[in-house]
Design a protein around this ligand. Structure first.
Ligand code: NAP
Ligand code: HSE
Length: 434
């Protein structure tokens, strides 16, 4: 009889409960893959009196991380508590007490990844984090292992399930933003602080982790330019739809010709019929170009209980089998020299501008003049009649540009927003046609 592996689960919320459920309900299948049974020995939570969707004996649930870290029978801990503290201190305690750790906490890794990876190495332990990026999609393994022969040229993806659920539900059902966000929370997709989903923080933290894996570059996530979906409303979606596009929150990482890293997270227009535009609900999508393999596309549920538990349990199995240790200890994929990678590369692309302007002669000429002064060529202009409810008699003006440098369009929009005929700040979104 092979000895079972005993696992400690820290956090029994959406993800932690899914992990326990999978380990119990799929025990036979998991035993076959792990080569031995995996047993949940103990769970640590904040409030042991809270009703749970999974059953563990009361004497196996407590509030002290040391009940897991100091239990010599437990070799692997799944850290499924969000945020920075106490998650960071818990991770340190687990590693220092000799536990291998599996986590879904991207905020923690994006903020403290290098120091935690270094500590794990120093203690001869591993940290596995497939569930931290794109939920059930095995993108960490794909970049770190399966595509290891490739120099990654670019990554483009939808990395936040909550914001994608909000955008696609608003678009398909003309649903209200606040109600849709509440629904995403009820379904377990959102972070404890959902502003991190809608302001682009969560997607940016995931992009920083992917950039580390793909480009060997440790980028402080807060340095990555980031715009959330708060400015996206029904009227913007209607303008995009008229032109044959949908709006998605897109994360982009690419090496520019000058060798710099261009990274950003922002809403973008994606052409109807392309894979990103067809990514709906809590699904995520990641498109990668490798120099040997060419373009690849990954699609799957990026948030929610069981898709995320799928990734966590796969990491637990990898850890039990020893694969996580080999990857973690013997490759340089997670090395970081502590230096931020050179960022700020300029990118080329088409842009969509939506302005509200005074309905008087010469205004359109002034706007197009500013774009011309910045070397930006216009592909199309749509001017609608004044909104019936517009208090200042302004009219919406939509401009589609030809390809231009991102620095040029930013400078042009700043100049346009200074014009007295322009009412309120303009919206400028990148356009992705493929
Ligand atoms: P959640 O539902 O809020 O659960 C968090 C769990 O952490 C709860 O069980 C809570 O205990 C426990 N906890 C909080 N503070 C604690 C403390 N001081 N000591 C012990 N336990 C504590 O969060 P979640 O959605 O499962 O997310 C967990 C992690 O997975 C986060 O890092 C999140 O970003 C990540 N993630 C989530 C998803 C998703 O779809 N939800 C997907 C991918 C990654 P109580 O239950 O007693 O309050
Ligand atoms: N809040 C995250 C999302 C969970 O909506 O994508 C998955 O990381």
């Amino acid at each position: 009889m092979v000895e079972p592996v005993r696992v400690g689960v820290v956090g029994l919320g959406t993800v932690g409960s899914g992990v326990v459920r999978l380990l119990v309900e799929s025990a036979d299948h998991i035993t076959r893959h792990a080569g031995r049974p995996i047993i949940v020995e103990r769970a640590v939570v904040r409030d042991p009196a809270k009703p749970r969707s999974v059953h563990l004996p009361a004497d196996r649930i407590s509030t002290d991380i040391r009940d897991i870290s100091r239990d010599p029978s437990i070799s692997v801990a799944a850290l499924l508590v969000g945020g920075l503290e106490p998650a960071r201190s818990m991770m340190v305690e687990l590693l220092e007490q000799g536990k291998d750790v599996v986590t879904a906490n991207k905020a923690l890794l994006a903020e403290h990844g290098p120091e935690l990876f270094a500590l794990a190495r120093a203690r001869g332990r591993s940290i596995a984090f497939e569930a931290a990026v794109a939920g059930g999609i095995p993108i960490v393994a794909a970049i770190g292992e399966c595509l290891a022969a490739n120099r990654i040229e670019s990554i483009r993806g939808i990395l936040n399930g909550t914001s994608n659920f909000i955008l696609s539900t608003m678009e398909e059902d003309a649903a209200d933003y606040a109600e849709t966000l509440a629904l995403a929370q009820a379904k377990g997709y959102a972070e404890a602080d959902p502003s991190m989903d809608v302001d682009g923080t969560d997607a940016t933290q995931k992009l920083a982790i992917l950039a580390h894996l793909a480009f060997g570059a440790w980028v402080p996530w807060a340095d990555i330019p980031r715009t959330g979906i708060e400015q996206v409303d029904q009227s913007l979606m209607t303008c995009a739809a008229e032109l044959g596009y949908r709006i998605r929150l897109v994360a982009v990482a690419a090496r520019t010709a000058a060798g710099l890293l261009a990274l950003r997270v922002a809403p973008a227009l994606v052409r109807v019929g392309t894979p990103l535009a067809e990514t709906r609900g809590a699904y995520n999508a990641v498109s990668i170009v490798g120099d040997a393999v060419g373009p690849m596309f990954f699609h799957g549920l990026g948030a929610g209980q069981m898709p995320t538990a799928s990734a966590v349990v796969a990491d637990i199995i990898d850890t039990v089998v020893g694969r996580a240790a080999i990857t973690f200890r013997t490759t340089g994929v997670l090395d970081a020299d502590g230096q931020a990678s050179p960022m700020g590369g300029d990118t080329q692309g088409r842009h969509f501008l939506r302005l509200h302007v005074s309905d008087r002669p010469g205004v359109l000429a002034r706007i197009t003049g500013i774009l011309g002064e910045h070397g930006i060529s216009i592909a199309s202009v749509i001017q609608h009649d004044a909104d019936a409810d517009s208090a200042d008699a302004s009219v919406p003006l939509v401009i589609m540009t030809h390809r231009s440098a991102s620095t040029a369009i930013r400078a042009a929009v700043e100049a346009i927003d200074r014009c007295d005929a322009v009412r309120g700040p303009s919206v400028c979104l990148g356009v992705l046609d493929d």
